[in-house]
Design a protein around this ligand. Structure first.
Ligand SMILES: Nc1ncnc2c1ncn2[C@@H]1O[C@H](COP(=O)(O)OP(=O)(O)OP(=O)(O)O)[C@@H](O)[C@H]1O
Ligand SMILES: [K+]
Ligand SMILES: [Mg+2]
Length: 699
């Protein structure tokens, strides 16, 4: 990794660690060193197995060609024949090296992860709540374990009780502790991470061998890598081109024979290999693996290559307001009463309605009431708690003696009051709107006592828009991507935040099903949609999106539903993911262009050389002035092999990428890689020809 991750963990207990500076574009990729080629040699040799080679039809044809020329050269030995044989086998080796080097880069990461998996002991809770010590490997789903300061969390799970700071550096490489707590959207813990302070009870959510770390290891090693739809399509195209050239060359022989210019098998094979798109055939798989790897470098785990490709094609980005566009620590800062009520009364009711509210918002209400109004020692004995739900946008408590308290989104709570024909003081709307207009979230507090409902006041929840987002949204716009902010908040708050952050559009008062509907609507025209989320209520939308990035801190349901997990839990990472996806697609396109353009030059090198003796007129096409027919053919074959090695670093790193529209990117690449693909081989083949014409017997 050439750049440090810009992300800091979040957690409402440590506001100073909430800053998530948005870095500049960091598409650079891991450095490539020639030493990696040597390390990858053993693995590259194993890939000669035809059962593996057949997955890449172009390279499979090269391998058959190499075997065929070997047999024919043994029968009819010549220096020219043997040189062709050697370079054809080298062509296959170079292609295998490309893939092996790409795979090797994940292995180091896998080793680090394996270390985090070392034997741990779990403190499992029996039914009677006493503890027993068992090996972590014997834990099953729904087991409850206790973890205290110093303990390694024995398996993946969900915090069901308590709050703790956790060191997740084993998986994220980030040493600053993060907060994990029950109830909210930060409840997930990962096996292998370490509790630094306090005590939590964790419900285990994965079976042994299927844990997050197990999946991560398989992923970075590329153990069950499947070809993506785009890769399959391109493979079919390359295979078709190969068949066309094969047919052309097979039919060439009788025609050539007719005019007395019959060619040897070795020359025909050499011609075929030069004409088929070997460059892209050799590098295709490495490009895909490197794309995944670039995500891993940024602490993003893509569950499929398909998701990475989709990221390169998305046209709409759906971003949550809270936690993505804002820092996400919505804290109560003020209790504003409506006329006829005192702020103490609002504080008292708000606190009662929040004592059992496990959300960060709820806890901040209790804290503010304690600090500002010294309301302590309140109890909820005999009360019924109404937990917050994104559906209802309310939470509260029903106390004994017909006293109900509610707090929540203005529209929801006002409807509740109206249902009981309650009182809504005239200044309510004014207070709500003034909080909303500053980008704050108003939570209206209301009560119903002895059948009489009334609004008491408003809690002002404050959040802060992250810095640097405007520039990133501008970049996305330049790439033709629309950004839409989604929030459960009211339209006024949404508008204020949307304007401050510079998103293209927003959807306010969105319930989970509204997010789904928006995704479906965007997808209808064939557009691809990406979104991030962390809550259980985000899960359906994460599953429906083409690219669903779940926060590692999120609930297990969200992590299951998405097709990527961001270990840093930085929702703006989505922007980088899109850039990496685009870079992958552009790299593949550029090298395909280069590969096919390349073959044009090889055609001019070989055809005149083959038939110069029969059709002297063809010599006019020998514009490169190559020394002899043999050296021309050999030079083309050598160039064809060397170009693969030369392009491995580019395939791994990705082509340079700037946020511009797809069309101008395409134009630019056609120029560079198309024209370059035609010119470079003319020069390369000429130089190689000059060198080998010095070999006696060839030149
Ligand atoms: N603990 C709570 N108790 C009562 N009402 C709440 C609570 N938390 C949030 N609300 C209200 O419910 C609304 C919806 O909350 P929700 O978490 O679904 O969306 P959001 O956090 O505003 O947006 P985002 O989708 O960006 O997270 C909030 O805007 C707020 O008015
Ligand atoms: K070729
Ligand atoms: Mg929320």
């Amino acid at each position: 990794m050439t750049h440090p991750s810009p992300t800091k963990p979040r957690g409402h207990l440590a506001p100073e660690s909430l800053q998530q500076p948005v870095g500049p574009h960091r598409i650079a990729g891991g450095a490539f060193s020639p030493g990696q080629l040597i390390d990858a040699l053993p693995s590259a040799f194993r890939k000669f197995d035809p059962r593996l080679m057949v997955k890449s039809p172009v390279m499979f044809v090269v391998e058959i060609g190499a075997a065929l020329t070997t047999v024919f050269t043994i029968a009819d030995s010549s220096l020219f024949g043997w040189l062709i044989v050697v370079w054809l086998w080298l062509t296959v080796l170079f292609a295998n090296l490309a893939e092996a080097v790409a795979e090797g880069r994940g292995k180091a990461q896998a080793d680090t992860l394996r270390r985090a998996k070392t034997e741990t002991e779990a403190r499992r809770l029996r039914v009677d709540r006493t503890e027993e010590r068992v090996p972590a490997t014997s834990l099953h789903v729904d087991d409850l374990v206790v973890c205290e300061a110093g303990d390694t969390i024995p398996g993946d799970g969900e915090v069901i009780d308590g709050i703790a700071s956790v060191d997740e550096s084993a998986i994220t490489g980030e040493s600053a502790p993060v907060i994990r707590e029950s109830g909210g959207d930060r409840s997930a813990v990962t096996g292998g991470t370490k509790v630094l302070s306090d005590r939590i009870v964790v419900r285990i959510t994965s079976e042994p061998g299927e844990t997050f770390i197990d999946r991560m290891i398989a992923l970075v090693e590329g153990a069950n890598r499947q070809k993506t739809p785009n890769e399959i399509a391109l493979t079919i195209l390359l295979a078709s081109l190969t068949i066309i050239f094969l047919l052309a060359i097979v039919t060439l022989q009788p025609m050539a024979g007719y005019s007395g210019g019959e060619q040897s098998i070795v020359v025909l094979v050499a011609l075929l290999i030069c004409l088929i798109p070997t460059t892209i055939g050799a590098l295709l798989s490495a490009i895909g693996i490197a794309g995944m790897d670039r995500l891993v470098q940024r602490n993003v785990l893509a569950m499929s290559g398909r998701a990475v490709e989709a990221a390169g094609d998305v046209s709409t980005l759906l971003l949550d307001k809270t936690g993505t566009i804002t820092l996400g620590a919505r804290q109560a800062v003020e209790f504003v009463p409506v006329s006829g009520v005192s702020s103490e009364q609002v504080a008292e009711a708000a606190q009662l309605a929040s004592l059992a509210d496990e959300t960060p918002e709820g806890r901040s209400v209790v804290v503010l009431a304690k600090e500002k109004y010294d309301l302590r020692g309140r109890e909820l004995a005999g009360s019924t708690v109404i937990p917050f739900a994104a559906e209802t946008r309310m939470s509260g408590v029903d106390q004994p003696g017909e006293h109900e308290i509610r707090k929540g989104a203005a529209s929801a709570v006002l409807r509740w009051v109206q249902n009981y024909d309650g009182t809504i003081p005239r200044d309510t709307a004014e207070v709500v709107d003034s909080i909303s207009n500053t980008g704050g979230t108003p939570l209206v507090v209301a009560e119903r006592r002895d059948g009489q409902a009334r609004v008491l006041g408003v809690i002002h929840l404050k959040d802060i828009v992250k810095e640097g987002l405007r520039d990133r949204f501008n970049d996305l716009r330049a790439m033709g991507i629309r950004t839409v902010m989604i929030t459960g908040d009211n339209p006024l708050t949404a508008k204020a935040i949307a304007e401050e952050a510079g998103v293209d559009d927003f959807l306010a008062e969105a319930k989970p099903e509204d997010k789904m509907a928006l995704i479906r609507r965007e997808q209808e025209g064939g557009k691809l949609v990406a979104m991030t989320g962390d809550g259980t209520n985000d899960a359906p939308a994460l599953a429906a999106a083409d690219v669903g990035v779940a926060m590692n801190t999120g609930t297990p349901a969200a992590k299951e539903a998405g097709n990527m997990v961001d270990l840093d839990s930085n929702p703006t990472k989505l922007i980088e993911i899109v850039e990496i996806g685009k870079q992958l697609l552009i790299t593949r396109g550029a090298l395909t262009t280069f590969s096919i353009a390349n073959d044009v030059a090889k055609y001019f090198a070989i055809i005149p050389a083959m038939f110069a003796a029969v059709y002297p007129g063809l010599n006019k096409l020998n514009i490169m002035g190559l020394a002899t027919p043999e050296s021309a053919i050999l030079s083309a074959v050598i160039f064809n092999a060397l170009v693969i090695i030369a392009l491995i670093p580019l395939a791994l790193r990705g082509v340079r990428y700037r946020p511009t529209s797809a069309a101008s990117m395409l134009r630019r690449n056609l120029w560079i890689y198309g024209l370059g693909g035609i010119i470079v081989p003319f020069i390369g083949i000429k130089i190689i020809d000059l060198i080998i014409s010095l070999i006696p017997g060839i030149g």
